[in-house]
Design a protein around this ligand. Structure first.
Ligand SMILES: NC(=O)c1ccc[n+]([C@@H]2O[C@H](COP(=O)([O-])OP(=O)(O)OC[C@H]3O[C@@H](n4cnc5c(N)ncnc54)[C@H](O)[C@@H]3O)[C@@H](O)[C@H]2O)c1
Length: 442
């Protein structure tokens, strides 16, 4: 098939490369001219594991173009993968989706199937279908919602191995065409109406975020009781009715989806008079978790002024360069406001919006003479590098705040036997070889 893609971000580019890999010819347009130009010359504007080889293998079936008419005239099925960020009122800003729909409707000379992959509030797909069909009587536009569940950092794998494919459309013919397109994937296909598909996506994301906030809430209690949240999470997760995924305590979720999607569905529900208390509480616990972590650092360091604090990891999770709503942003703002000298290292992130944060170009220089080292994102490399090889680079008697429980307490204890340190994590006892009270002594 000849397929079109509007929007070449994390979802659009992975979708394009994967569809091309299944043998389709894919025409891709984005309003960000620099992204299209980069892709035309073989560059990749985002980092995703496995994306570069997938794009290069399929380059002959991928056409990146500034020419919106080309995509519209060549393709009968067009996927909209534009952003749906949060607006100033906490609602989903649908302007990117709407402008793509308008563009397609204005320039189409034949009937089209328009598939909205972007996450949109219930009712949006129907509304977009009306908007498109009002523009012209020459073409007919049939719409579907096909929500995307890929995880950044594992996006290519997830797109190629989805847990399920959801096709939301009222038109039977559209359902059948999309079902046949997706028959190349080995995954259950659930067919439903567009509105249900839209709500399903928000319900899935809210549930996952709720699981994280749930274990973080318990971690707050565990911190006070001196119990071990990792053991508790393992014990809960072994129950197949609960499952272990998304039960890892940490400084809270961020990223381009959970925070804005929870706000969007909470607001969309409120607009029709429905309260979703779990959603608000999930967001509140998440915010509080970050605040408590900062308070811990502050309480330990007392006066943070001029102390060298090293943040390890800036992206909202490992294996991505994305810092949208990353916990590192709020945390570093707070530390800078306390007058700390904040240095950060991330394997992929080079541009960081918080003024006063020095971005180190190597792990080693970031932690050299560090008085307080904070693990913000659990990159695998940090696990290998921090405790064994480089701990001596930090100032004597360093303290590590592990916001991701990246190390087991046993690993920390064995490191602390060789090099005196303090270690604080989330919902677990402290480890100290420095004689500080109320801690596990090595
Ligand atoms: N990132 C994820 O992990 C993920 C997972 C599932 C679903 N989603 C959803 O998918 C959608 C896209 O997410 P993303 O992370 O890829 O966003 P993104 O911001 O990385 O990419 C969006 C792209 O759309 C382009 N764009 C904006 N208006 C356009 C227009 N009118 N025509 C053509 N291109 C236009 C932008 O320039 C940008 O390159 C969002 O609704 C998001 O919630 C994202």
């Amino acid at each position: 098939m000849k397929l079109g893609i509007f929007g070449v971000g994390y979802v659009g580019l992975v979708t394009a490369a994967s569809l091309a890999d299944k043998g389709h010819t894919v025409f891709i347009h984005d309003t960000a001219k620099e992204k299209i130009a980069a892709l035309q010359s073989g560059g990749i504007p985002i980092f995703e594991d496995g994306l570069e080889p997938l794009l290069h293998q399929n380059f002959n079936r991928l056409s990146f173009t500034h020419d919106v008419h080309k995509v519209i005239s060549e393709c009968d099925i067009i996927f909209i993968c534009t952003g749906t960020p949060q607006d100033e009122n906490g609602k989903a800003d649908l302007s990117q989706v709407e402008s793509a729909v308008n563009e397609i409707a204005r320039h189409s000379l034949s009937d089209k199937i328009i598939v909205i992959k972007s996450t949109v509030p219930p009712g949006t797909t129907e509304k977009m279908e009306q908007i498109a069909n009002k523009q012209t009587s020459d073409s007919n536009f049939s719409f579907a919602h096909n929500p995307e569940f890929l995880r950044q950092g594992k996006a290519v794998y997830d797109f190629m191995n989805p847990s399920r494919i959801i096709i939301g459309a009222s038109d039977k013919k559209v359902q059948e065409i999309l079902k046949s397109l997706y028959s190349a994937w080995d995954a259950p296909i659930l067919q439903t109406d567009a509105r249900s598909a839209e709500l399903l996506k928000y319900a899935a994301n809210s549930f996952l975020a709720m699981k994280i906030s749930y274990i973080n809430m318990i971690s707050q209690l565990s911190d006070q009781l001196g119990t071990n949240i990792d053991d508790i999470a393992s014990g809960i997760g072994l129950d197949p009715r609960i499952g272990s995924d998304f039960l890892k305590a940490g400084i809270g979720f961020g990223g381009s989806c959970f925070p804005k999607d929870l706000k969007a569905i909470e607001n969309a529900a409120a607009d029709i008079g429905v309260e979703l208390p779990f959603i608000g509480q999930t967001l509140d616990i998440n915010e509080k978790q970050g605040e408590l972590f900062f308070e811990k650092i502050k309480a330990y360091g007392k006066d943070l002024k001029n102390k060298k604090i090293t943040l390890l990891g800036l992206s909202f999770k490992p294996n991505t360069d994305d810092i949208r709503s990353a916990p590192s942003i709020v945390l570093s703002e707070k530390l800078v406001n306390e007058g700390a000298r904040v240095t950060a290292f991330d394997p992929l992130v080079r541009d960081f919006p918080v003024e006063g944060v020095h971005i180190a170009h190597s792990f080693e220089s970031a932690i050299t003479d560090s008085e307080i080292t904070v693990i913000v994102t659990e990159w695998d490399d940090f696990k290998k590098l921090l405790l064994v090889e480089n701990i001596r680079r930090m100032k004597q008697q360093p303290v590590i705040f592990d916001g991701r429980n990246m190390f087991t307490l046993e690993e920390v204890k064995s490191a602390a036997e060789q090099y005196p340190l303090n270690y604080e994590s989330i919902g677990r006892p402290q480890v100290s070889s420095l004689g500080v009270k109320n801690q596990i002594f090595v």
